[in-house]
Design a protein around this ligand. Structure first.
Ligand code: ADP
Ligand code: MG
Length: 650
């Protein structure tokens, strides 16, 4: 038979993952069973799908089930499913390579958490086992987890379609694997589907004990929709939880189901259980995770609830069921209004799904509304965890009005916390017609923004928009109740006139300029303009600055951060020139004027102007050439210190 054996080498990244799995993970080894059972269940789902479509499959009368048995003498654990099975090529492709991206991410995230790559792993930097347990299922390295507990694995598979003969895949989890025809008793073990025979490691004999296996199955795989038999006895008996009446379900059961679904050990923040009959029939279990989700990076493609038709899994992560701004939610939807044989392609633009989605979204928004009113702490946790995704609700034309009160922002009235629009509206001044906001890259930057001082003086609340999406959200809402959203950068003097100073203004200690000084100031402005050239559109004197020497204003009313975002989207590196407003009351400008009047050609003037401009740019959240900026600033410091030392004659 040797002729028929083909040996293959694992790719480098597969070997890397295997290395982590076999040599550094111990405490959570039991999850290998979860992974093998979930693969078996997937294969059964696929088979049931074919059958529902009316396609003929091998051994069509075989029940769809999973059978587990142990042979203690030989140290073998065997898991057999009657699912889709694999051809020789599929054995090689599916079990021979981990999707490259998956294995790389796995190795990288494990490496980051444990601080080491697998090659360099040492006992001191043991990997984070809990993290591994979560990552294994997520990055498609599930099958290989069997090598945590086994030192040799045999996979006998008989494809459900076509007439290809059975094949056996074997590996010891080292450098490679081989594929050959079955020998001896092997052929009789499988008439359709896949049998996995794992030679359990000497230090993992617990996985040959029935009671141990039973508890693992109950813990991780209780909700699998196919029967799991262990030595002939059915283990998983939990019915489809979502079909049970709500009052009969305990929080623990919800949590267990959530854990089964997500591998997340932390109980969900909230559970939404829906049973709806009209306009469409469906049951749904939707969870708000109590852990942060990562939708903006590699998880991007993986969101949405699982879709079932009459208890049969149709698709994991169906994106038609929820809009992306609710992508942080986990859960499932089961409907009787879809045919079982519906193909995944026709799920797009499906009217049944659209109706379900509309109802689910409405219910979720209602649920959040209630939470915001009745349990402010919980709502704050929700916002902290998922607000960055939920904000995108402004894209949802149908629901954004309803969702507006659910938005939260940082505010000059609640530094460190969040306020809602109702809260803002509830304390506006009688004459106030606008909701003022300020875009800034961080809370710290917002607090020192020169535009803010006038508002602070008038006691007007300003919302801090710390992410570009905040601006888009407000922009697209336009108004809240009777209040218009307006950026403080666009506030004109007349907008603030109606409001008395809330904070006593310090009487200006600055002397008024004489006429001749005023004339020279005009020339100095010209000089500043000439010095900065293309970098600015215009220089003008400002009345909006208290305490700040200068500020940038955008000529077209776009806020700075919005502009930056547009730039990123258009991949445009150039900075659109802005207007530089300077404050002639500020001591820095006064000193500059004195130097200018003494000697208009003093090179220090342009040096100072550039230094000032650097700082204004920084405040605006934009760094053009950090090296040059630092260099200029150091030279100015150098000069100032030397003069001071000279002055002191030291
Ligand atoms: P994932 O399940 O995330 O795809 P795994 O490493 O768990 O990753 O499995 C790799 C692939 O091997 C599966 O996608 C499937 O194609 C195949 N496979 C594994 N176990 C079985 C099985 N019992 N029956 C059929 N195919 C299987
Ligand atoms: Mg898997």
């Amino acid at each position: 038979m040797v002729d028929n054996v083909r040996t293959h080498k694992f790719k480098a990244e597969t070997r890397k993952v295997l290395n982590i799995l076999t040599h550094s993970l111990y405490t959570n080894r039991e999850i290998f069973l979860r992974e093998l059972l979930s693969n078996a269940s997937d294969a059964l789902d696929k088979l049931r799908f074919l059958q529902n479509k009316g396609e003929s499959v091998r051994a069509g009368d075989l029940p769809l089930e999973i059978r587990i048995s142990v042979d203690k003498e030989k140290g073998l654990l065997q898991i057999a499913d009657t699912g889709l099975g694999m051809t020789e090529k599929e054995l090689i492709d599916n079990l021979g390579t981990i999707a490259k991206s998956g294995s790389e991410r796995f190795a990288r995230e494990m490496g980051e958490a444990g601080g080491k790559t697998p090659e360099g792993a040492s006992p001191q930097d043991a990997p984070d086992e809990a993290l591994a347990a979560r990552l294994i299922g997520r990055f498609g390295v599930g099958f290989y987890s069997v090598f945590m507990a086994a030192d040799a694995v045999e996979v006998i598979s008989v494809p459900a379609q076509g007439d290809e003969a059975p094949h056996v895949w074997t590996s010891d989890g080292g450098g490679g694997f081989s594929v050959r025809p079955p020998e001896g008793e092997e052929a009789a073990l499988c008439s359709r589907g896949t049998v996995i025979r794992a030679k359990i490691k000497a230090d993992a004999k617990e996985f040959l004990e029935k009671y141990r296996l039973e508890s693992i199955i109950r813990k991780h795989s209780n909700f699998l929709s196919f029967p799991i038999f262990l030595e002939g006895e059915r283990i998983n008996t939990t019915p489809a939880l979502w079909r049970e009446p709500k009052f009969s379900i305990t929080p623990e059961q919800y949590h267990e189901f959530y854990k089964y679904l997500t591998y997340d050990e932390t109980p969900p923040l909230d559970t939404i259980h829906l049973s709806v009959d009209a306009p469409v029939q469906f049951n749904a279990l939707i969870f708000i995770p109590a852990t942060a989700q990562d939708l903006f990076s590699h998880q991007q493609e993986r969101w949405g609830p699982d879709l079932y038709a009459s208890r049969v899994l149709i698709e994991r992560g169906n994106k038609e069921l929820l809009p992306q701004y609710l992508g942080f939610l986990k859960g499932m939807v089961d409907t009787e209004d879809l045919p079982l044989n519906i193909s995944r392609e026709t799920l797009q633009e499906n009217t049944v799904l659209r109706k379900i989605s509309q109802t689910v979204v409405k219910q979720i928004l209602g649920h959040l509304e209630k939470m915001a009113l009745e349990d402010k702490d919980k709502y704050a946790s929700f916002w902290k965890l998922h607000g960055k995704y939920f904000k995108f609700v402004f894209n949802d034309y149908l629901n954004r009005e309803k969702a507006a009160p659910l938005l939260r922002f940082a505010s000059s009235y609640a530094e460190g916390g969040f306020v809602g629009l109702d809260e803002y509206a509830g304390r506006v001044k009688p004459e106030q017609k606008d909701i003022w906001h300020l875009a800034a890259p961080s809370l710290e930057a917002a607090k020192v923004n020169p535009h803010l001082s006038r508002f602070r003086r008038k006691g007007l609340e300003v919302l801090y928009l710390l992410e570009p999406v905040d601006e888009f959200a407000l922009e697209s809402l336009g108004k809240y109740k009777d209040l218009t959203f307006k950026s403080v950068e666009r506030a004109e003097a007349k907008d603030l006139e109606p409001f008395a100073d809330a904070v006593e203004e310090e009487p200006s200690a600055v002397q008024a300029l004489t006429d001749s000084e005023k004339a020279d100031l005009g020339q100095l402005v010209e000089k500043i303009r000439a010095t900065l050239g293309e970098q600015i559109k215009e220089v003008r004197l400002s009345d909006r600055l208290a305490g700040s020497p200068a500020v940038l204003v955008s000529p077209d009313g776009l806020s700075s951060s919005m502009e930056k975002l547009l730039k990123v989207m258009q991949k445009d590196e150039a900075v659109t020139p802005k207007i530089l407003e300077i404050n002639p009351e500020h001591s820095l400008l006064r000193a500059l004027l004195r130097i200018y009047r003494h000697d208009a050609e003093n090179p220090l003037i342009s040096e100072l102007v550039r230094g000032l401009f650097d700082n204004v740019l920084l405040l605006d959240g934009c760094v053009n050439d950090a090296g040059l900026m630092a260099d200029r600033s150091l030279r100015l410091m150098d000069k100032a210190l030397s003069w001071y030392a000279d002055l002191l004659k030291i």
